[in-house]
Ligand binder design. Structure first.
Ligand code: ADP
Length: 728
């Protein structure tokens, strides 16, 4: 808006300046014209006075009388000449206010005024000018002249008087014209020319004398000229715009310099010269002011109706952006902005409501999260959260206490900070479970605290998924079970020692029973034999239990040894079946063998393998009623050997199947049918099979039968150095 205004103002100024220059030029042309005319008028006037003076000087009567008076000084002649001048000459030119006749020396000898006679004018420069000749008249400058009882500024015209016959110079004739007359003649002329034309009204013409005096009524104080203007240097005989004239007025003027040293100046005040354009200027000013006012009004209206509301909306939107929801825009107009304001207020209201709702939800979630965080922080278990590459994002206080590392040390690091104590296979298996299979990993791990101390922990690592089901990290729980382990070990050691100690007295009891049975002096009664047999059975059961306990403790302590050699599994199986021959026969069981003819020899500890086969076959025989079938299978499958022992026995109740490999566990149906048994056999063989890199599983249905399946690698058992063999 301001730019438009400036543009309009600039354009207007340029137009104005153009017009002003044009008008100035026009005024100057008029001034030149006027000046020329005035100069002509002046020249004509002067010429006229000169001619008149020459005319007077050629008057025969004057010349004769002058000659006479010079010669005779006759008073009568003087009076006659005076009268002649007064009556016959002076009236011819009303502007000439006096005529003097002078002799050659410069003394006035006759005059239109008697008072002049006798005055010595010899010092008058123009009178004594030598170049004056008959028929010419010299013109003085405008000067203060005291003649004819008048002290005025005047011009003197001097013509020589010559002898009619001889042409000899006898004196001179001077006629005087008041400067006022000359000036008013110019003025009248001016009026005559300018009276009708408005443009020339304020024009003024004046003459500047040789001595730079302004010859103008205004500057003539009686006989003296009062104003000097160095017009030569101001106007330089030319034209000029914008100079300061004699009255201190800024003017436009033209000066023409005359041969006699006078300058005719025609000037006009610049203000008058530019009056027409000034009017235009004033009009333009008014126009501009009106335009400005109009623009201001438009701007005000624009501001009030468009800009202000938009600013208000923008401020309000900004406030909302800064989180200040308490915003209301009050735009009452009935246009699009008003509609926008209503829509904006509705939007702000909705935003306010959802903001409040969200704030409440966030508060709630935060509170819940804080509670959750506090709980996690306070948990006695070590808890860490990692990203999917295992870098720790969070660790609780217990993690600090268990590992000895601070939270700052743990965050951004990996759990290997306190790990790396297990075989690589363990970690590989762990990562496969949690990252590839995306399952929970559970196990026992040995870690190292910051102070270098090792500890055993039970770990649970669970993968975490985002809303799209993408894996984004893991949560790991560790429970320090070092102490518990120590206690367990102590217990196992106790069991180991106790069972070991129990074996000696039990062996002795056995010997004595055998001795009583075989070498007793007196023959034993039937009753005695029956009692002795009971003692023998109980003692064997006791030895079995003690051996089993000893084996369990050696397995738990990891002190058992595995001594391998290549074995024929079919032979080993048949060996055990042979040992069980009496029981099989007694129960009339059918034994079905499904042996793979191609089965190679497999490395294994013969005692341990026998222990495994013996346990499975003993159980099958034990828990299968008479005339049942026991099927034994030995099959090669890829790089594994599959051993199956299936029976048609009592089966294992479904609800108890999960506990079947636990120490001392016996199913209810087994307890009823077979009171003998300690529930340690399956625990022991499972440990041995798993130690050899194999697996054991079963399927069973109550009163239908049970099938145990063992799979072992064809490469066989791993050799293990140990302190004790397992007891058989
Ligand atoms: P024990 O046979 O001395 O009781 P085990 O550890 O060998 O101890 O077996 C544990 C339990 O498993 C048995 O008590 C029995 O309940 C069950 N069991 C094992 N084998 C069989 C089988 N072939 N048929 C039915 N139950 C069996």
């Amino acid at each position: 808006m301001i730019c438009i205004l400036l543009f309009v103002a600039g354009a207007t100024y340029l137009i104005f300046a153009g017009q002003r220059d044009q008008i100035t030029q026009e005024v100057l042309s008029e001034l030149v014209l006027m000046n020329n005319i005035e100069q002509n008028v002046l020249s004509q006037q002067i010429e006229n006075f000169q001619r008149r003076t020459i005319d007077f000087s050629s008057d025969g009567f004057i010349r004769d009388m002058a000659k006479e008076i010079i010669a005779t000084k006759n008073k009568k002649d003087i009076e006659l000449l005076n009268l002649h001048l007064r009556k016959n000459k002076l009236p011819l030119e009303p502007n000439i206010y006096g005529i003097n006749i002078l002799d050659e020396k410069g003394t006035i000898i006759a005059s239109t005024d008697d008072g002049e006679i006798g005055r010595d004018e010899s010092k008058d420069a123009y009178y004594t000018r030598s170049e004056l000749s008959y028929g010419t008249a010299f013109v003085s400058d405008f000067e203060s002249m005291n003649h004819f009882k008048k002290n005025v500024v005047a011009l003197a015209f001097v013509a020589p008087l010559t002898d009619k016959q001889t042409g000899e110079r006898i004196g001179g004739l001077m006629s005087f014209v008041e400067a006022d007359q000359v000036v008013s003649a110019l003025n009248q002329q001016e009026k005559l020319l300018t009276g009708t034309e408005e443009a020339l009204e304020s024009m003024r013409t004046f003459v500047v004398s040789k001595d730079d005096f302004v010859v103008s009524g205004q500057y003539m104080d009686g006989a003296s000229l009062t104003k000097k203007v160095a017009i030569g240097s101001i106007l330089q005989c030319g034209r000029k715009v914008g100079y300061t004239n004699a009255e201190g007025v800024v003017s436009v003027g033209v000066a023409s310099c005359m041969d006699n040293g006078w300058t005719v100046v025609t000037e006009k005040s610049q203000a008058d010269a530019l009056a027409p354009i000034m009017d235009t200027g004033t009009n333009i000013m008014y126009l501009m002011a009106t335009l400005l006012l109009l623009i201001l009004i438009i701007m005000y209206l624009l501001n009030r109706n468009i800009v202000d509301p938009i600013e208000l909306l923008s401020r309000s939107a900004k406030k909302i952006g800064e989180g200040d929801m308490e915003v209301y825009t009050d735009i009452a107009s009935h246009d699009e902005l008003g509609d926008l304001s209503i829509a904006f207020n509705e939007m702000a209201l909705r935003l306010r409501n959802s903001h409040r709702f969200l704030a409440a939800r966030i508060r709630e979630v935060t509170e819940n999260f804080e509670k959750f965080k506090l709980a996690v922080e306070a948990a006695s278990d070590h808890i860490i959260i990692t990203d999917k590459d295992g870098f720790i994002l969070y660790a609780n206080r217990s993690a600090e206490m268990i590992t000895g590392y601070t939270q700052q040390e743990m965050i951004g690091n990996r759990p290997s900070l306190w790990g790396k104590q297990m075989p690589t296979e363990f970690y590989r298996n762990m990562w496969r479970t949690i990252k590839e299979e995306k399952k929970i990993f559970t196990g026992e791990i040995t870690n190292k605290r910051k102070n270098g101390q090792l500890y055993i922990a039970e770990i649970h690592i669970a993968p975490l998924f985002d809303e799209q089901g993408e894996l984004y990290g893991f949560v790991g729980l560790e429970r320090d079970i070092t102490r518990q382990k120590e206690i367990d070990t102590a217990k196992t050691e106790f069991v180991s020692i106790a069972s070991h100690q129990l074996r000696t007295p039990l062996t002795i009891i056995n010997w004595y029973i055998e001795m009583l049975e075989t070498t007793a002096g007196a023959p034993l009664s039937d009753k005695q034999k029956e009692y002795l047999s009971e003692i023998d059975r109980a003692s064997h059961r006791m030895i079995e239990l003690v051996n089993a306990l000893l084996n369990v403790s050696r397995i738990d302590l990891g002190t058992f040894m595995v001594d391998i050699e290549p074995l024929d599994f079919a032979l080993a199986m048949d060996d055990v079946l042979k040992d069980l021959g009496p029981q099989i026969a007694k129960k009339k069981l059918r034994i079905a063998k499904e042996y793979d003819a191609q089965l190679p020899q497999i490395s294994a500890d013969p005692k341990l393998l026998r222990m495994i086969f013996q346990n499975l076959l003993t159980n099958a025989v034990k828990y299968t009623p008479d005339e049942g079938t026991v099927t034994v299978g030995l099959k090669k499958q890829d790089r594994r050997v599959r051993i199956t022992v299936a029976d048609t026995g009592i089966g294992i109740p479904k609800e108890q199947q999960a506990k079947i490999f636990e120490k001392f566990f016996r199913a209810d149906n087994a307890r009823i049918k077979e009171p003998d048994g300690n529930g340690l056999g399956l625990y022991i063989i499972k440990s041995l099979i798993e130690h050899s890199g194999g697996t054991i599983a079963f399927t069973s249905k109550e009163d239908a039968g049970t099938t145990f399946v063992i799979e072992m690698p064809l490469i066989g058992m791993k050799k293990k150095e140990g302190t004790r063999p397992l007891a058989v």
